[in-house]
Design a binder for this molecule. Structure first.
Ligand code: PBG
Length: 327
């Protein structure tokens, strides 16, 4: 056979395949999203997300220990408050659920890295990500509350804040307030390119944060738009974002790849609740091999450009990396 180039030469065995790998995966880039809830002695499984739990502050340390043992040192906290109101006051209360969780977690596990989701939707009675004026989410009056929320998280010990609300101008508003209070060293990871996605369905069950009317299409992005992702990414860079996130991950790898090419900051991808729940359900039905799917989804996301990967499978992935099944 007259054939000079034979790609199979580099696939002959595991050693050569690993040698020529283009994508390498490291547990240091994983972030585990975790739910903390007001109350005591609570560790309740989230029905739409089998294997994921809501923890009260007293039970949270057990999960933090499991995380640390699994080799995942970075987490993102989401709060589920007992009381909600029109203006989401528990989001920026000094003794709010995230603030209390942070103080306790930092005391017991000072070596973990704590990132907080900054948003209003878990805290407002109407479930929208900002203040309402009539039936519209008002952009500019929401900025002050988001900035206050971020500041209260940092004062309670957050190492990094991650605004997910999609209001215009929130990165600048948060940066300014943090700097005014002496926190110029605290980084912001912006949910810069966040689409209005049905993949968030299970999360809204988990956090009780579904909007009571309408949807989030007035602030989150239209899934039809790719170039607009760049507009959002570049805008947040100008406003001072240190890390840019694309969300969801799996259906938006084209956007992730664009953001990686067009910028020079670390890029994060969030494999959201719907991605998790689909894998869990299909695996339970016996349709797919759960472990291999978890690995392939992660590899695809890193290959598309992710430097950081937020995933509910973080503990499992850290194990697979250690065992050499991925990476
Ligand atoms: C809060 C927020 C959401 C998610 C992260 N932060 C829900 C939403 O925007 O409706 C989704 C995470 C997931 O689905 O895993 N705004």
């Amino acid at each position: 056979m007259d054939m000079i180039v034979r790609p199979r030469r580099l696939r002959k065995n595991q050693t050569i395949r690993r040698m020529v790998r283009e994508t390498r995966v490291d547990a240091a880039s994983l972030i585990y999203p975790m739910f903390v809830i007001d109350g005591e002695n609570i560790e309740e499984e989230i029905p739409a997300m089998p294997g994921q739990f809501r923890y009260s502050v007293d039970r949270m340390p057990y999960e933090l220990e499991r995380l640390q043992k699994a080799g995942v040192a970075q987490l993102m906290l989401f709060g589920i408050p007992e009381k909600k109101d029109e203006v989401g006051s528990q989001a920026y209360a000094a003794d709010g659920i995230v603030q209390r969780a942070l103080r306790e977690a930092k005391r017991q596990f000072p070596d973990l890295y704590y990132i907080t989701d900054v948003c209003m939707c878990e805290y407002t009675s109407h479930g929208h990500c900002g203040l309402l004026h009539g039936d519209q989410v008002d952009n500019d009056s929401t900025l002050e509350l988001l900035a206050k929320t971020a500041l209260s998280h940092v004062q309670a010990g957050a190492d990094m804040v991650a605004p997910s609300d999609m209001m215009d101008g929130r990165i600048r508003a948060i940066r300014t307030l943090l700097d005014q209070n002496g926190y110029e060293d605290t980084p912001i990871m912006s949910y810069a390119v966040k689409y209005a996605s049905a993949f968030y369905g299970p999360f809204r069950d988990a956090a009780g944060s579904a909007p009571s009317f309408g949807d989030r299409k007035g602030y989150q992005m239209d899934p039809h738009n790719r170039r607009e992702g760049m507009k959002e990414a570049l805008l947040d860079l100008q406003e001072g974002a240190d890390i840019l996130m694309v969300k969801p991950a799996l259906s938006y790898l084209d956007v992730l790849s664009d953001v990686k090419k067009a910028t020079h900051v670390p890029v994060a991808a969030y494999s959201v609740s719907g991605e998790y729940s689909m894998v869990k359900a299909a695996a339970k039905a016996g349709f797919i091999d759960e472990d291999q799917i978890i690995c392939e989804m992660a590899v695809s996301t890193y290959r598309a450009g992710a430097d950081i990967y937020l995933t509910y499978f973080a503990k499992e992935l850290a194990g697979f990396i250690r065992e050499g099944r991925i990476g």
